[in-house]
Write a protein that binds this ligand. Sequence first.
Ligand SMILES: [Zn+2]
Length: 426
Amino acid sequence: MKKLYFLVLSLLCCATLAPAQENNIVIKGGHVIDPRNNINAVMDVAIRDGKIVQVAKNIDTKGAIQVVDAKGMYVTPGLIDIHTHVFFGTNLDQTYSNGPNALPPDGFTFRNGVTTIVDAGCAGWRNFEVFKKQTIDRSQTRVLALLNIVGEGMRGGTFEQNIADMDPQKTAEMAKQYPDHVVGIKLAHFNGYDWTPTDRAVEAGKLAGRPVMIDFGGSNPPLPIEELYMKHLRPGDIYTHCFGQLKTREAIVDVETGKVKPFVLEARKKGILFDVGYGGISFAFSQAIPAIKSGFFPNTISTDIHTGSMNNAMKDMLNVMSKFLAMGMDLQSVIRASTWAPAQAIRREELGSLSVGAPADVAILSLLDGKFNVRETGYFGFFDYTGYKIEGKQKFNCEMTIRNGKIVYDLNGIANPVIVTQRPRS
Ligand SMILES: [Zn+2]
């Protein structure tokens, strides 16, 4: 009986694999890195009706609408950036909350292989629906959200210090009302020596059944992070800006000894997730280099992109990933921390892989070699906001991005025929 069941099941599976002539896109000859499925080899990828239908060697291209020549390139799941700021708008005094410090998603994602982003707390329960209507619903990029524990979201100034506007109940209600879009709760920018905002964010997370992301610090002296990890956060909660080194935020690497603090390793065992959240001044090589050298890799690589950080040391997702390569993090781990690991962190496990049946969100990347750099030094330069600079031999470059089964970015016209799907006019 069991055998018969498997026979029927495998016949059904074969039936779901597209005959070559029905494929919309076949990506040929790329080196596929799909950490979820332990694939790290030259393979072809077939896409039909917005889904991945096959990952295998030598997929027939006959009848395919578009064939992509990915020889010499890496084919990965579409990148997932879980710390971005995209509630852009014209309220000029509202910083990241319907204001000028935030960015329109499609303007920076696809040219970096990014297909899913999480807005990290720009909106709170009071203005989430405005954000949804104006940004989430109108972007080709998949936009998810961490709801700010502050009802007004990231409006700057006194708004983000107002404990009276941190309502766990109302925040959780809004999160539950939009389960497809709200993946967690965010606390950021609070600068008092007080645990109340953290506890309210976690309370909202408990009520909504979702993780919290904490952008910690701001008080001087700083609140102890050991207490944060061990007493306030739950397994699966996310500590962003993990390689920051500021006066108002305790660092994870002991500056004197250059070692990751023992309780940080304990926190990781407990299940606390360490997210890069690069940002303007929230990443320092003085923290990241000793951590990476000792084998302490971030769980997730993210940008904290906004109009400030993108023009400073951070720049974009691929630049941040390239920095981790330059520091000695291996290629597989860098890709994992930018695809499958963030999908797991936000509990959206249908994303972040090239599994058959998954949404066809794909990045095709090349690794540029330093010898082609304009200065012909053989190295690329990577600096942080303090001015500290390291050199790396390789740099990621986005060749193509596929979102929901459609090519949305093609740098060098590697698709045949070259057709890029643009956002419909409306
Ligand atoms: Zn941020």
